[in-house]
Design a protein around this ligand. Structure first.
Ligand SMILES: NC(=O)c1ccc[n+]([C@@H]2O[C@H](COP(=O)([O-])OP(=O)(O)OC[C@H]3O[C@@H](n4cnc5c(N)ncnc54)[C@H](OP(=O)(O)O)[C@@H]3O)[C@@H](O)[C@H]2O)c1
Length: 246
C-alpha cells in the first residue's frame, strides 16, 4: 500500500502548535520540508515565534471549545491554503481535580477540547481532504496520553477524555480507510516549565527509561505515522520510556 513518503511540500495542520509539544512537532515537520499550518488558541506571541522558526508558517487562531470556530478554521484553511494533507490533533487541556469534587463545568472544560474538538477537527479535516486531495487521501494523528491506559486518581476526567481519543482513532480509521489513516501517539511524562517539579522528577525516574521524554520524542512518532505505509491505521504508539510497562 502507498506511503506518504517524505513530507516535502506537504501541508500539515498542527493544533495547539505555539508551545511545548506542539511547537516541537511544528519545528520537526518544518525541518522535514513540510508546509506547517500553526493553530493556536490564546498564545499569539508564542505562535508568532514558532511560525518564525518554521519559515513564516501561516497562523490560524481558533477557540476549539466552539464548533463554530472549528468550522471557520477549516473554511479559512481551504480559502487561504486550498488543501490539507495531514492534521495533528495536539491541542488539549489538563487539570487536577479530586473525582468527588469534579463539577459539570470541570468535566466540560476538559472534554470540550480534548475529545469533542479532536473529533470535529478530524471530521472537518477529512471532509477537506475528500474535497481537495487526489483519491481523498490524507493522514490524521491524534495525540492521546498514557493517562488513557493508566489509573490517575486526580485526573479521571482527563484520562477518560484521552481514552475517548483512542476510541475515536480506531473508529475513524475504519470509517475512512484506506484513503485516510488515523493513528494516535500516547505520550508519557514530557515536562517543560514543570521539569523541576519533584513529583514529575520522581515519576520520570521511576520509568524504565529513568528520565522524562521530550517534545522531540513525540514529534518523531508523529513523523512515523505521517510517512509510514497506509497499511498502518487505527494504532496507538506509546512514547513513554516504558511508563506503561507493568
Ligand atoms: N506534556 C505531557 O507530559 C503530556 C503527557 C501526555 C499527553 N500529552 C498530550 O500531548 C499534547 C500536547 O501536550 P502539551 O503538554 O504540550 O499541551 P499543553 O501545553 O497543555 O496544550 C497545548 C495547546 O493546546 C491549546 N489549547 C488548549 N485549549 C484550547 C482551546 N480551547 N482552543 C484552542 N487551543 C487550545 C493551547 O493553545 P494556546 O496556548 O494557544 O491557547 C496549548 O498551547 C496534548 O494533547 C496533551 O494532552 C502531554
Amino acid at each position: 500500500m502507498a506511503h506518504m513518503g517524505d513530507l516535502k511540500g506537504r501541508t500539515i495542520l498542527v493544533t495547539g502548535g505555539a508551545k511545548r509539544i506542539g511547537r516541537e512537532i511544528c519545528r520537526r515537520l518544518h525541518a522535514e520540508g513540510a508546509r506547517v499550518l500553526i493553530h493556536y488558541g490564546g498564545s499569539a506571541a508564542a505562535a508568532e515565534q514558532t511560525a518564525a522558526e518554521c519559515g513564516d508558517a501561516p497562523l490560524f487562531q481558533a477557540n476549539l471549545e466552539r464548533t463554530s470556530d472549528i468550522f471557520a478554521l477549516f473554511c479559512d484553511i481551504e480559502a487561504r491554503i486550498g488543501r490539507l494533507d495531514a492534521l495533528v490533533n495536539n491541542a488539549a487541556r489538563f487539570t487536577r481535580v479530586d473525582p468527588l469534587e469534579v463539577t459539570e463545568t470541570d468535566w466540560d472544560f476538559i472534554h470540550s477540547v480534548n475529545l469533542k474538538a479532536c473529533f470535529f477537527c478530524a471530521q472537518q479535516a477529512a471532509l477537506l481532504m475528500r474535497r481537495q486531495n487526489p483519491g481523498g487521501a490524507g493522514r490524521i494523528v491524534n495525540i492521546s496520553s498514557m493517562g488513557a491506559f493508566l489509573a490517575w486518581p486526580e485526573h479521571v476526567h482527563y484520562c477518560a477524555s484521552k481514552a475517548g481519543v483512542i476510541a475515536l482513532t480506531r473508529g475513524l480509521a475504519k470509517a475512512w480507510a484506506p484513503a485516510i489513516t488515523v493513528n494516535s501517539v500516547a505520550p508519557g511524562v514530557i515536562p517543560f516549565e514543570e521539569a523541576g517539579d519533584p513529583q514529575i522528577v520522581q515519576m520520570a525516574r521511576n520509568t524504565p527509561a529513568g528520565q522524562p521524554g521530550t517534545g522531540a520524542d513525540i514529534a518523531e512518532a508523529v513523523v512515523y505515522f505521517l510517512t509510514c505505509t497506509q497499511f498502518v491505521t487505527g494504532q496507538t504508539l506509546q512514547v513513554d520510556g516504558g511508563l506503561g510497562l507493568r
